[in-house]
Design a protein around this ligand. Structure first.
Ligand code: ATP
Ligand code: MG
Length: 445
């Protein structure tokens, strides 16, 4: 019976869906406890409710609580307009041009309060606009909770926790999908992916992070529609890529991106080198390490991950340039410039991050210098740790740098006398005779 109900929901048009009655799951039939909700989010919910407005937790936080994860932030949906929200909170800031949102500030924690919005199809032309690819360009009309639910992407992201009675309000069958560990698009999956192709990446993120599955029909679309990511701005893609690789489960996420040919839309140059076993090994090792670090509560450095992703295309190009008689340092510098330039067209990587990536890669060259005072300066470089980690990964991936990596392991762990001894055994590379004057690991910015 429930299956029939869910099928009917999937087929109905957004407008027809507004007549659907929600399932209300009372407090004693779900696992969300107030103890797991941020105190600040509760404060905001109670104050909105006290002022007579509807107030709900919504989106990722409800989903994560139901899956037993700790949400990384708490978003609230309400029928109060942004100006009404501002009147209730002194610590409120209204943001957003495309759609106004209220941010309630509690020190470092920001609680985002959004007024219910309606699906673009219901909205007046003037406020909602689509591109010729079917993508939504503007989507800013206030609505009711019944409207708000249908513009969300997946059923598991469309559950509302109502502060009035601590129930969960479910219009789309999301609760059952959570139980079945199923990722299901609201509405027609093809149309919804096309109107916002970022949903392809969001799908992969949730599949990887939550270890859930997707229906075969939707799975096919992930592959088929991967090209539509080309219509998304590099700035938005970069934001999504950060999220993809910042939540643990990066190894599983990468496998899925690769499987559905989405990875090549984000890192085309890396994708071209994936047929080389060293590239695959380097990425696998890096992502497994990253996930282990995330489990220990350590942060994930975007610069390091980007350097890992780009290292193989950089290396390949620099080898090619060396055969054209460029000295190693110049070849690496030129290769980096070209690879980063092409990458920045796909993802709008901020300049500061690009500089760090460049430094991590250039240090791979400087690691060859194991004499005099230079190794001490390398050790003090802010990117030393990330560069050293990349060096170790390169060894594991089968690049012939094991001897250099061993030397640097001993050097950075050793005491003063061990270091002096190592400097006597360190090789002076042939290229150093011709090397430029000075030490230019730091980028000019
Ligand atoms: P996260 O754990 O990363 O915060 P999230 O699902 O909360 O995941 P947000 O970007 O914070 O992601 O979005 C909040 C909610 O807004 C989502 O749960 C979903 O309901 C809706 N949403 C976000 N992005 C989209 C989108 N591209 N299309 C439709 N709905 C979206
Ligand atoms: Mg969220």
């Amino acid at each position: 019976m429930l299956k029939g109900f869910l099928k009917r929901l999937a087929k109905e048009s957004p407008a027809a869906k507004n007549t659907v009655q929600p399932i209300i799951i009372p407090r004693n039939e779900h696992s969300i406890s107030r103890a797991a909700i941020s105190q600040n989010a509760l404060k905001v919910l109670y104050r909105l409710h006290g002022a007579g407005y509807g107030a709900y937790l919504v989106g990722g936080c409800v989903r994560d609580l139901l899956f037993g994860f700790r949400p990384k932030d708490f978003d609230i949906a309400t029928d109060a307009r942004p100006e009404d929200v501002r009147k209730l909170f002194k610590n409120c800031r209204l943001i957003g041009k495309r759609f106004r949102l209220a941010h309630i500030l509690f020190g470092k924690e920001i609680i985002e309060v959004a007024t219910f919005r309606t699906h673009h199809e219901k909205a007046h032309e003037q406020h909602a606009k689509k591109s010729h690819h079917g993508m939504i360009l503007r989507d800013n009309v206030y609505g009711t909770i019944e409207d708000d639910v249908w513009r969300r992407d997946f059923t598991i992201n469309a559950l509302y926790y109502n502060i009035a009675d601590f129930s969960v309000v479910d219009y789309t069958g999301g609760m059952q999908d959570i139980k079945n560990k199923l990722l299901r698009m609201i509405g027609d999956p093809e149309q919804r992916f096309l109107e916002d192709p970022v949903r392809l990446l969001r799908a992969v993120r949730f599949l990887g992070k939550l270890s859930i599955h997707v229906s075969p029909e939707t799975e096919k679309l992930l592959n088929q529609l991967s090209h539509s990511l080309q219509h998304v701005s590099p700035a938005r893609l970069f934001q999504e890529v950060l999220k993809l690789f910042q939540e643990g489960a990066t190894a599983a996420t990468f496998e899925l991106l690769h499987k559905y040919r989405l990875f090549e839309q984000l890192f085309s140059q890396t994708a071209e080198t994936l047929n080389q076993p060293e590239t695959k090994k380097l990425l696998d090792e890096a992502l497994i390490n990253t996930d282990a670090r995330a489990k220990e509560g350590k942060t994930i450095s975007p610069a390091f991950l980007l350097a890992v992703f780009l290292w193989r295309p950089v290396l390949q190009q620099s080898i090619h340039l060396k055969t054209e008689q460029l000295p190693p340092y110049a070849a690496l510098e030129k290769a980096l410039q070209s690879v980063l330039q092409i990458q920045a067209k796909q993802l709008a990587v901020p300049r500061t991050l690009l500089i760090s990536v460049r430094e991590i890669c250039m240090l791979q060259h400087h690691f060859n210098y194991r004499y005099g005072s230079k190794p001490y300066r390398i050790l003090e470089h802010p990117r030393f740790r990330a560069a050293y980690d990349l060096l170790i990964l390169r060894t594991k991936a089968g690049e012939p740098v094991a001897e250099i990596a061993e030397w640097w392991t001993a050097f950075h762990l050793g005491d003063a006398s061990a270091r002096e001894k190592l400097l006597k055994t360190g090789n002076k590379p042939a290229a150093s005779k011709k090397r430029r004057r000075g030490f230019r690991v730091h980028s000019k910015s």
